[in-house]
Design a protein around this ligand. Structure first.
Ligand code: AMP
Length: 606
């Protein structure tokens, strides 16, 4: 099928030509003709990377009336990053139309967004919290909205936006059409579909809850203490990797990125403790490919929408199985192939089986590459780089005679061998001393019993953490007192919104919430305490100033002792801040940088 056959406006077809879109993807083929029709309620089960933005975006820009200033289209999505991406995409589809697309999202100046909306918005692309805020301030009128798109609906519900979505949909006219897109179909999403849609067309690309078929899922079993060394091998074995490494916590993310950076890899961290400006800068450099590897938490990586990611590496698996789908869905976009690699220790095999059951996909057990294979891969990369190098004869001509003279007497083979040795000796030395990292069943248990060494390896979420005791989690959480309660109209969604909008954190950073009559409590990881105190204090909730303090201990049922004002909580855990490196990531052009940067004496033998 062609785009012309789908019934899109000629102006939109013109933009598509300019964008180089030749043929519709399967979700576009199924969705577009229906969405262009009269009663177009729609449920699309599709992963990111399938072309779903254009599946709703093309009919949306085709259907809204031009030169009208009151919003007719509304796209709601979970994150700022996605919001900006969708806006950019819709603008690119409508370059030949007189429509205005405005994005509104939390964590940034609301006044400017109010001015943007006031100037006239045909389509609004919004995150739920900020949209509710703007509607409450009467800055956005949803009475004329004809089409509401809920993008990544499962993500929005995971993030606690259900109340906000209800509030928004209730402000829109009854006769609107709702187009819902979701990667998975948990019952909460099915409930929204039932409540707000009339006889929707349901289209599924792949099975429900199934992940993209173009992704190879491969897991590697290593001893807990070899997790980091195994990560490096996976990266070294794929010299052209353009990848995302997922960690479970901000601290682990910062530590892994820092170690990789120090060892010469082009790697940078992305986590919630970076300012918005820092995150934007990291993302920009990753998109431009001046960073090869992004080490991220699930929360920070939400909505990352970058094409051509070759590998997603799960340094540690997420607690929530759904997050695995979101992680792996960052690769194999737009019909391309990709690999999702998982490192597990010898006690974590059950986690693979859980994921297999949930997303109906099969993992293949992989072997951490042997040193010889890695050296070969690196050497071949160097060779292909040398072969592809453009020779600027005129520029180098004057330098060549002394160089040629220096090589006089050496054969071609000897020259090549010497160049390769000069570039690779340290790399080869490192891998010559490296052993097999593939672990046998029970290896971690044996380590626990017999091995009193290797304490430092626990910084990579060591063996103790794998037992997952509840006590460990509790010690990692800080409980906050909030000066507002039910009497001030505060509810869990409202509290989440205040915390997330003021800090840029995602709602799953916030744990248990207790809303009491005149004050409230919530929990978050210790390392977020400083940020929360600094950025939430003084925020506004429906006209009330919000005051947040750290409580000294956990209450046994709602209450909680407050720390004296001014005491900053979180155990002073800012040491991780040292991981924010200034300056660019070290370059890794030569391919063999890991051992090159890492002095042999410091290296633990594998
Ligand atoms: P999405 O699933 O919307 O995030 O889209 C994934 C990527 O595929 C984006 O870079 C789109 O620009 C691209 N894309 C979407 N539809 C098409 C198409 N029909 N032809 C070529 N590229 C497309």
């Amino acid at each position: 099928m062609t785009f012309e056959e789908l019934g899109l406006k000629s102006e939109v077809l013109k933009s598509l030509k300019e964008l180089g879109f030749e043929a519709p993807t399967p979700i576009q083929e199924k969705a577009i003709p229906h969405l262009l029709g009269e009663n177009s309620d729609f449920v699309g089960l599709a992963q990111t990377g399938t072309g779903k933005t254009a599946a709703f975006g093309l009919p949306l820009v085709s259907k809204v009336k031009e030169n009208v200033k009151i919003p007719q289209g509304l796209v709601i999505c979970p994150t700022r990053e996605l919001c900006l991406q969708i806006t950019k995409d819709l603008q690119s589809y409508s370059t030949h139309l007189k429509i205005n697309i405005v994005s509104v999202y939390g964590g940034t100046d609301i006044k400017r967004q109010m001015t943007d909306v006031k100037r006239g918005a045909t389509i609004i692309v919004a995150t739920p919290g900020r949209l509710v805020d703007l509607v409450n301030r009467k800055a956005i009128n949803l009475q004329e909205v004809e089409y509401v798109v809920l993008d990544e609906a499962d993500e929005m519900l995971n993030m606690g936006f259900k109340e906000d979505i209800d509030a928004i949909l209730n402000q829109t006219p009854d006769w609107k059409n709702v187009w819902l897109f979701s990667a998975t179909m948990p019952k909460e999403v099915a409930f929204i579909a039932k409540k707000y849609m009339e006889d929707p067309l349901e289209v599924s690309i792949g099975h429900k809850n199934q992940s993209n078929e173009n992704i190879d899922h491969i897991y590697f079993v290593v001893k807990e203490r070899d997790r980091y060394a195994a990560l490096k091998r996976l990266i070294d074995f794929n010299p052209n990797i353009y990848g995302l490494v997922f960690c479970r916590t901000r601290i682990e993310t910062a530590a892994v990125a820092d170690k990789l950076g120090k060892e010469g890899y082009s790697a940078e961290p992305l986590h919630g403790d970076l300012s918005q400006a820092q995150r934007d800068s990291v993302m920009r450099r990753f998109r431009e490919r001046s960073i090869q590897i992004l080490v991220a938490t699930d929360v920070a990586a939400r909505g990352i929408d970058v094409d051509d990611i070759t590998h997603v590496i799960n340094y540690n698996l997420p607690d929530e199985i759904e997050n695995y789908t979101h992680r792996s869905g960052r690769t194999a976009r737009a019909g391309k192939k990709g690999e999702s690699l998982v490192l597990i220790n010898t006690r974590e095999g059950y986690k693979i089986r859980q994921i297999e059951g949930k997303i109906r996909t099969t993992f293949v057990k992989g072997e951490i590459p042997e040193p010889k294979e890695i050296c070969e891969a690196q050497l071949l990369k160097l060779v292909s780089k040398v072969i592809a190098t453009e020779v600027k004869e005129e520029d180098i001509a004057e330098f060549l005679p002394p160089v040629m003279q220096a090589f006089d007497g050496l054969t071609k083979e000897e020259v090549i061998t010497k160049f390769i040795s000069a570039e690779f000796n340290r790399f080869i030395d490192y891998y010559n001393r490296a052993g097999d990292l593939n672990a046998k069943a029970g290896a971690d248990r044996e380590d626990d019993r017999g091995n009193r060494r290797g304490r430092s390896d626990r910084s990579d979420r060591g063996d103790r953490g794998d037992r997952g005791s509840g006590r460990r989690d509790d010690a990692n959480k800080t409980r906050f007192f909030v000066s507002l309660g039910q009497r001030d109209g505060l509810n869990p969604g409202g509290l989440l919104r205040v915390v997330c909008d003021s800090t840029g954190l995602k709602s799953d950073s916030v744990g248990k919430i207790d809303i009491l009559a005149s004050y409230s409590f919530f929990e978050a990881d210790n390392e977020l305490a400083d940020k929360i105190i600094k950025e939430v204090n003084g925020a506004e909730y429906e006209g009330h100033k919000v005051n947040v303090e750290v409580t000294t201990k956990k209450p046994s049922g709602g209450g909680g002792a407050r720390r004296p004002s001014g005491h900053r909580g979180g155990g002073g855990d800012r040491s991780g801040g040292g991981n924010r490196r200034s300056g660019g990531a070290p370059r890794r052009d030569g391919g063999a940088s890991s051992p090159r940067r890492d002095g042999g004496s410091k290296r633990r033998r594998n």
